[in-house]
Design a protein around this ligand. Structure first.
Ligand SMILES: Cc1cc2nc3c(=O)[nH]c(=O)nc-3n(C[C@H](O)[C@H](O)[C@H](O)COP(=O)(O)O)c2cc1C
Ligand SMILES: [Mn+2]
Length: 474
């Protein structure tokens, strides 16, 4: 179960297109964006300008419901809320599977050590016009081991190409990889790290889900695969990477006192160059491993409503899962409006069962490992509203929300430095927090029965009319 196997699967259903001869310098980024807007196929860039044939990049891999469903092994025609429900149930029923170490794997077909290390061998794109550099890691997996309890975390964090053996590593403060590297730095040590550039979606997806502290993403990948994920041990750090990775590097993330470099600007998922150019820690790469004809998984942030990763769908499923784990009844659906990127416009539909239920759901939804991370608007709707239908949600908001009583602002929440409204002053103070808004677009529970009745034709009248007037209405 590797990335190239999945690309073969996509080929069989005509969901991937090979693009020859594009330039890493803005062309690949712009093609990715334009094709994503057109809901095009996944694109496999080859014969990239200045690079040998076979050094490829795949983009828009699981950016449509069809390809995400294909990756997960679901029926091809599931959409929106049904896809979210399937994903939620998959995670609810998932049994983590312990990975296994194998002596050798395809990722070791080529190994570059010490002076041979040269990250410029790979076609890292400059994705957006104002990016401060080229990014090898956008759909990557960053592997670290917690120095205290020895569990292995995997997170998707961007890596900028600085030079032959140096990568910038930009991690949102509070994400697991940030907490782990700080624990090494507090001991005056560099943080051992490995980065994977290219894996099967079932291996990759857990790396960008908000899973609890201490949960090993590789065990979740195994649960999705239904068998142990095969790992090899890196020779310098001893960290594990999937044996079937396309490219993997290992090295050390240096304490900021030792070295930082200017990172960014980078076109980010809210649709701005929000965090700008700033000093960030770097990884000094000691070993590079790669398969023959390696395929980089590229997943550049795109201005909403575009998304190259489908992560708004995964996040909706995970928030739903988190709410169910808490045992809160009546959750009917969860969605993230694409206009809010993956995180800023979360919608939850509920069957209101008691006074205060809607507010409880809203508060709980922003408190878990997934929901707690950098949200902004949380909109709760009744169960007659399809949360994945933006127009219905906005109608509910326009009509059932009483601004006097149904909107609440919660200040100083966990955020990230790419939040567009976060001022420079706040960032400089290290106050990376922002407010979140709860919008209860539900009929007020205590006078729900008296709330004005919706003037849409009843289902029975609609059915009868559709039948009788089929020639007019078909
Ligand atoms: C395509 C993509 C790119 C991402 N880039 C970053 C990033 O550069 N830095 C970051 O901290 N989080 C990034 N994230 C979000 C994290 O992967 C996510 O918060 C995840 O939960 C992190 O793993 P952790 O919980 O183990 O820290 C990205 C997510 C996706 C889908
Ligand atoms: Mn984690």
């Amino acid at each position: 179960m590797d990335l190239r196997q999945f690309i073969n699967d996509l080929e069989k259903i005509n969901e991937v297109q090979v693009v020859d001869g594009a330039d890493w310098d803005l062309e690949i980024g712009a093609i990715t964006e334009l094709s994503n807007e057109r809901k095009g196929r996944a694109l496999l860039f080859d014969k990239i300008k200045g690079y040998p044939e076979g050094f490829r990049i795949i983009v828009n891999l699981v950016s449509t419901p069809k390809r995400l469903a294909a990756a997960m092994g679901y029926p091809a025609d599931v959409h929106s809320i049904e896809l979210v429900r399937l994903l939620k149930d998959t995670f609810k029923n998932l049994e983590p599977v312990e990975p296994v170490y194998v002596a050798k794997g395809p990722v070791q077909e080529n190994i570059l050590r010490d002076e041979q290390v040269d990250l410029l061998k790979f076609p890292s794109p400059k994705w957006h016009e104002l990016d401060g550099g080229r990014y090898l890691g956008t759909g990557s997996m960053v592997v670290m081991k917690d120095p205290k309890d020895n569990w292995v975390n995997v997170g998707t964090y961007r890596t900028q190409l600085h030079d032959r053996d140096t990568l910038g590593l930009d991690i949102v403060r509070g994400n697991h990889g940030d907490l782990i590297r700080q624990a090494y730095w507090a001991m005056g040590k560099p943080c051992p790290v490995a980065v994977v550039f290219g894996a099967h979606p079932k291996v990759w997806i857990p790396a960008f889900m908000g899973l609890p502290w201490g949960v090993e993403e590789f065990r979740i990948s195994g649960g999705l695969l239904g068998k142990p994920l095969e790992l090899i041990k890196c020779e310098y750090t001893g960290l594990p990477v999937p044996a079937h990775s396309e490219i993997a590097v290992e090295g050390e993330c240096l304490p900021p006192e030792v070295e930082t470099r200017e990172e960014g600007p980078f076109g980010e998922w809210p649709g701005y160059y929000g965090s700008g150019a700033h000093m960030e820690a770097v990884i000094k790469v000691k070993t590079i491993m790669y398969r023959n004809a390696p395929i980089i998984l590229g997943s550049p942030p795109l201005r909403p409503p575009s998304s190259s990763s489908g992560s708004h769908v995964m996040r909706a499923a995970n928030i739903w899962h988190e709410l169910e784990k808490l045992g809160i009844p009546g959750i009917k659906g969860v969605w993230n409006m694409r206009s809010g990127g993956s995180k800023l416009l979360n919608v939850i539909s509920i069957e209101q069962k008691y006074a205060g239920h809607a507010k409880q759901v809203a508060l709980a939804s922003m408190s878990g490992s997934e929901g707690g991370s950098h949200g902004k608007f949380t909109i709760v709707v009744d169960d007659d509203i399809d949360p994945s239908n933006d127009e219905e949600v906005l109608w509910a908001m326009a009509t059932r929300c009483d601004p006097d009583t149904s909107i609440e602002i919660i200040h100083n929440c966990w955020s990230s430095s790419l939040e567009p409204t976060l001022t420079r002053e706040k960032k400089l103070k290290g106050d990376i927090t922002s407010a979140r808004v709860i919008i209860l677009a539900t009929r007020p529970y205590h006078w729900k029965k008296d709330f004005p009745v919706v003037n849409r034709a009843s289902n029975s009248l609609r059915e009868k009319t559709l039948k009788k007037w089929a020639d007019v209405l078909s």
